[in-house]
Structure formats: structure tokens, C-alpha cells
Ligand binder design. Structure first.
Ligand code: NAD
Length: 369
């Protein structure tokens, strides 16, 4: 335990506090582990960030990057400030933050809540090190190309041997119609799945015969909320209805804790692919496992974004990013589900075990372990 955060054989390896009275910068960087390579992890800007949150997120990145087989460790940083401040002020703060990291070669910042590709361009301008950059600086716009949605499709295809659910004709429900959910829905529809339910924060829309995903995309692009969506045979219900709707595959792609002990008993899906981070409690995942519902855990299924960021960092192209996402996610889903089956583990336990093993193995190649 150091300063109230727990430590173990993986890390954290470095905790950096940054304080500059002018321009009122308060930030923390946690470099959890760099055994496999420089740590990649987002810069979160929010008024209520803490060291504990930063350390937890940094560990999540260590496991996610290792599980994805990337030559990167995990880190995270937080800047305590309101992200909606005027752009000029924000640029000053982010540039000051980047300047403080000039010599911290083993951390590569990326975008997260409260920061975006423009913020990463400022970091890059100061230090020459950042991912999630604008296209003009060699960035690959991962949300625009649907990097995470691509990975979700690959995960479903790889799980076919374990779930017996093929994409063609499968009934899909997607919670959240944002960067992850809308792309997952449209790629799956293009492969012959029937998208029967989707939701945003205003409502769920359902049609057992299949929703018109192209119409939904146009509707949302116009800035509308699903509560106002009307189509032939479309039923509107509260936002949470999507989770317990009648479907074969459920993709929670909105918020943490969408699946809990309260609603797990009413879930109809046989396969759950976690697009969001921690969309189910561990108790709910266990209950699903016990009754034979297959869950592909978040940091395996939603790694498309970080794989894309890694390809960008190493100078790769958009098409290399897409083929890397497909290859790595297929391979990881297969390994995790095989290990879970053979060792009778929850897929999450198998995934964490696999990731830890990779980090520990990588550390045997380093002088200071
Ligand atoms: P986003 O903001 O683009 O979209 C979120 C969607 O969820 C929106 O449609 C919003 O209306 C909806 N939503 C919010 N609350 C809801 C509720 N209570 N019920 C139903 N819908 C609700 O966000 P995103 O980038 O798509 O990210 C979604 C989740 O996936 C987050 O947990 C994020 O951390 C995680 N994630 C994103 C990526 C990525 O590449 N963007 C990668 C890995 C993980």
C-alpha cells in the first residue's frame, strides 16, 4: 500500500503528482506497468477525479493492453478541472500538463472523458507523444471508423464454437447507440443479423421483426433522441427495457452496471458481448455463467479502440488497424473461452489470468523485472 493505493507484483510502478499554480494545474499520472512497452492510457479531465480512480483505471489498461497482445503497458492520467472551460484555457492547461511529462518517456497519453483528438494534438505538439490524434497528424479516427464495433463483430464470430449462435439471422439487442453501439448494430445488420432492440438515454425502440438500422443512424445523426423515433411496428419503451428484451445476443454498450442482480434473472440473451466498460456486476456475470449464458468480458470484447491506437502509434494505416483488431480479438476470444471451458472458470477470470500471465512473462525480459 502506498499513499492509500494498493500495490502488487504488477504495479503501480510510478505515480506522478503535478501541481502548477499558474495555470492552476492539478494532475496525477499513474504508470501501472511497462513490462511489455510504454504505457498507453487516456487523459481524463473532470472536477472530481481521484488518485484511487486513476490507479484503478491504469490497472484496467495494463490488463486490457496485455490481453490484446499489444507491446504496451498500462497507465492513466487525470486532470482535476472542468472540461467545459473555454478552449483557450483548456489548451493552456493541457499544454502545461504535457510539458510536465516531457521526460516521462514511458507514458503515451490518449483521449478519455473530457479530452479529445484536439487535446491530443496539443500534447503531441509539446512532447511528440500521444495517440488518438487528428487525421492530419497521422491519427486514425477510431470512433468514426467504428474500431470497437468491428472488434465486437469479430468477438461474436470467434465465440460461435462456444455459443452456437451465428450472426446471420441472430436477434440482436444493443444498449447505447453511440460510438460503440451504433457501429456494432450496423456492422451486424450488414452481416445478416436482425437488430430487434436498441436504446439511448431517452428510450428503447423495439421491433421483433427487425429495426431499420440505416433509418436509425440517419435519425440519430440529425441529433434526435430515440424517444421520438417512429417506424412501422416499432414499439417504444423505457431505456432499460433493451436489456431484458427478447433476443439472442445482447450488447451492453452504454454504462457501467447495466446488468445487476436486479435484472439478471429476466435476461433472455444466450450470448452477451460487453461493449461498455464494466456493464455487469461480477455477481450478475456469475449468475449468467451458472445458467449457461456466455459473457465475453469487456476488456476482451471492446479492445478495438486501444488496438487501433497502438497501430496509430506505430505508424500503421486504417486498414492495418482493422485487420489487427480482427486478428487479435478473434485469437483472444478463442483463448479465453477455451481456458474458461477447460478450467471451469468465468470468462472474466480466464481473461484476467491470461493478461496477468502475459505481463509477468514480459517482465522476465526486463532488467528490473
Ligand atoms: P457514446 O457517448 O458515444 O455513446 C453512449 C450511448 O449510450 C449514447 O447513445 C447514450 O444515449 C447511451 N446511454 C447513456 N445512458 C444510457 C442508458 N441509461 N440507457 C441506454 N442508453 C444509454 O459512448 P461510447 O464511446 O459509445 O462508449 C460507450 C461505452 O463503451 C463506455 O462505457 C465506454 O467507456 C466504452 N468503450 C468505448 C470505446 C470506444 O471506442 N468509444 C472503447 C472501449 C470501451
Amino acid at each position: 500500500m502506498i499513499n492509500g493505493i494498493s500495490t502488487d507484483e504488477l504495479g503501480p510502478q510510478k505515480v506522478i503528482y503535478i501541481h502548477k499554480p499558474e495555470p492552476a494545474l492539478e494532475a496525477i499520472v499513474v504508470i501501472d506497468n511497462i513490462a511489455a512497452g510504454p504505457a498507453i492510457g487516456g487523459v481524463r479531465m473532470s472536477g472530481d477525479v481521484t488518485l484511487e480512480e486513476c490507479a484503478r483505471l491504469a490497472r484496467a489498461m495494463t490488463l486490457k493492453n496485455a490481453a490484446a497482445g499489444l507491446p504496451h503497458g498500462g497507465g492513466k492520467s487525470v486532470i482535476k478541472a472542468d472540461p467545459s472551460m473555454p478552449r483557450v484555457e483548456k489548451a493552456k492547461l493541457i499544454r502545461a500538463f504535457a510539458q510536465a511529462l516531457l521526460d516521462v518517456q514511458d507514458y503515451v497519453p490518449g483521449p478519455d472523458m473530457g479530452t479529445n483528438e484536439e487535446a491530443m494534438a496539443w500534447v503531441y505538439d509539446e512532447t511528440g507523444r500521444a495517440v488518438g490524434l487528428p487525421r492530419e497528424l497521422g491519427g486514425i479516427p477510431l470512433d468514426e471508423i467504428g474500431a470497437t464495433g468491428h472488434g465486437i463483430v469479430s468477438a461474436i464470430e470467434a465465440a460461435e464454437n462456444y455459443s452456437s449462435i451465428g450472426i446471420k439471422g441472430a436477434r440482436i439487442a444493443v444498449q447505447g447507440f453511440g460510438a460503440v453501439g451504433k457501429h456494432a448494430a450496423s456492422f451486424l445488420a450488414a452481416k445478416g443479423a436482425k437488430v430487434v432492440a436498441v436504446s439511448d438515454s431517452s428510450a428503447s425502440v423495439l421491433n421483433p421483426a427487425g429495426l431499420n438500422v440505416a433509418e436509425l443512424l440517419i435519425f440519430k445523426k440529425a441529433g434526435e433522441k430515440l424517444i421520438g423515433f417512429a417506424g412501422k411496428d416499432v414499439e417504444t419503451a423505457p431505456p432499460e427495457a433493451v436489456i431484458t428484451s427478447s433476443c439472442d445476443i445482447l450488447i451492453p454498450a452504454a454504462r457501467p452496471d447495466a446488468i445487476t442482480e436486479k435484472n439478471v434473472g429476466q435476461i433472455k440473451a444466450n450470448l452477451i458481448v460487453e461493449g461498455a466498460n464494466i456493464p455487469a456486476t461480477i455477481e450478475a456475470e456469475r449468475a449468467l455463467h451458472e445458467r449457461g449464458t456466455l459473457v465475453i468480458p469487456d476488456f476482451i470484447a471492446n479492445a478495438g479502440g486501444v488496438i487501433c491506437a497502438s497501430v496509430e502509434y506505430h505508424g500503421g494505416t486504417e486498414s492495418q488497424a482493422l485487420s489487427n483488431i480482427d486478428e487479435k480479438i478473434r485469437c483472444n476470444v478463442t483463448q479465453v473461452l477455451r481456458m474458461a471451458q477447460v478450467e471451469n472458470l468465468l470468462p472474466r477470470q480466464a481473461a484476467v489470468g491470461l493478461a496477468r500471465e502475459r505481463v509477468l512473462k514480459a517482465s522476465t525480459f526486463r532488467r528490473f523485472g
